[in-house]
Design a protein around this ligand. Structure first.
Ligand code: TTP
Ligand code: MG
Length: 383
């Protein structure tokens, strides 16, 4: 392992000493201590993760447009490399559409086991720097490096260098004093870059930021805000807390903070699951509601069993049904309920089905959303 990280270690006394001289403060500032009271949070996100691994494994693919996933034209891409993105290919895009945009796209089958083992190697690298790691997916994590004396930018640079050296893959990083800003910032200099947002930069950074970049704001909420002529966080900041609460309830109060870049969520070492769901993509589209209903009941048994086995300590907040239609439009129906109720699921299925106006169904999803045990009820899109 390389050892380039830490500047000369100041004695812990000098950090805590209430009577530091101006000179000492200047020295501390030069070591990055001017933000002493603020956490140092890094969000790491691997670049084109699955595609980059496939490219590394097969050097003959280098420079070619690659889509990972979709062994048939019915499938969807999990991701695409930058060469393919130039043609508009994206994650979750149906294969036939991607091939329409980029006929010479090289399709590679998904190899989850390989991606998982690469993810474990990367996490082991994180573990050399901090124990406070909150993985968000195989290729993304928050790290709290507040305890390290180096500047968080230097730490991020070092982590990225070690990842590149040991796995041959590139990572991007966002660095700030909270999770919200760090996550947004990791996209700023993608690929293979990093971006730091210091406390003095937050106002300018947030003002121009499109509201859709805040967690919890999906397409529906974005449309509601656009109808009020709110497009950026700066626009959102013009509404006071009372107005936001009147329009959007508790979520409005949270928006008041988020739009200003305020986020007090800690890096959670044990991620708390927000939902449990199961999905089925049919080899033949399902044409009628009566044909769909028994399939749903079958899937419901699977959910019940998994809930009992693994999540019996969790409180259910709502039940959810998702349908994807033959034309790839999708809809979800959700209702608050503290327990699994087959009749509610039937009603939700009917509701979702009717929205499709008799369109054949290619995918059915069924699930529950949990109440957050720590009271931070996320508004993230389920399924
Ligand atoms: P992302 O980090 O969203 O995408 P990415 O790493 O491919 O590209 P970027 O450089 O923009 O970060 O997702 C990480 C991996 O998760 C991605 O390689 C494939 C997988 N994935 C899916 O399987 N389905 C999806 O809809 C998305 C978005 C990702
Ligand atoms: Mg990524």
């Amino acid at each position: 392992m390389r050892k380039t990280l830490l500047p000369p270690s100041p004695s812990s006394k000098s950090v805590k000493d209430q009577h530091c001289s101006t000179q000492t403060f200047a020295t501390l500032a030069s070591w990055g201590f001017h933000t002493l009271a603020l956490p140092k949070i890094i969000h790491i996100d691997m670049d084109c993760f699955y595609a980059a691994i496939e490219e590394r494994e097969a050097p003959e693919l280098r420079g070619k447009p690659i889509g990972v996933g979709g062994s048939s034209r019915r499938g969807v891409l999990t991701t695409a490399n930058y060469e393919a993105r130039k043609f508009g290919c994206r994650s979750a895009m149906p294969v036939f559409k991607a091939l329409g945009l980029c006929p010479h796209l090289v399709l590679v089958p998904v190899r989850f086991d390989l991606y998982k083992s690469e993810s474990a190697r990367i996490r082991a690298i994180f573990g050399r720097f901090t124990e406070k790691i909150e993985p968000l997916s195989l290729d993304e994590a928050y790290l709290d490096v507040s305890h390290l004396q180096s500047s968080p930018e230097a730490v991020a640079r070092e982590i990225r260098a070690q990842i590149r050296e040991e796995t041959g893959l590139t990572a991007s990083a966002g660095i700030s004093h909270n999770k919200l800003i760090a996550k947004i910032a990791s996209d700023w200099n993608k690929p293979d870059g990093q971006h730091y947002v210091g406390p003095d930069d937050v106002d300018a950074f947030m003002r121009e930021l499109p509201v859709g970049r805040l967690w919890g704001i999906g397409p529906k909420m974005r449309a509601k805000l656009a109808a009020l002529n709110i497009h950026t966080c700066g626009d959102l900041q013009k509404l006071d807390k009372i107005e936001l609460a009147r329009r959007f309830g508790n979520w409005g109060i949270e928006l008041h903070e988020l739009s200003r870049g305020i986020d007090t969520r800690e890096v959670r070492t044990h991620r708390i699951r927000k939902s449990l769901s199961s999905e089925n993509t049919f080899s033949e589209n399902i044409l009628t509601l009566p044909a769909l209903t028994p399939i749903m009941h079958g899937m419901l048994e699977g959910i019940r069993e998994e809930l009992a086995r693994k999540h019996s300590d969790r409180i259910i907040r709502s039940l959810v049904i998702k349908l994807k239609f033959a034309d790839f439009t999708r809809t979800t129906a959700e209702r608050a309920s503290p327990s699994i109720e087959p009749t509610i699921y039937e009603a939700l299925l009917k509701e979702a089905w009717q929205r499709g106006q008799n369109k054949p169904v290619r995918l059915l999803g069924i699930g529950v959303r949990f109440r957050d045990p720590e009271g931070e009820d996320a508004q993230l899109d389920l399924l």
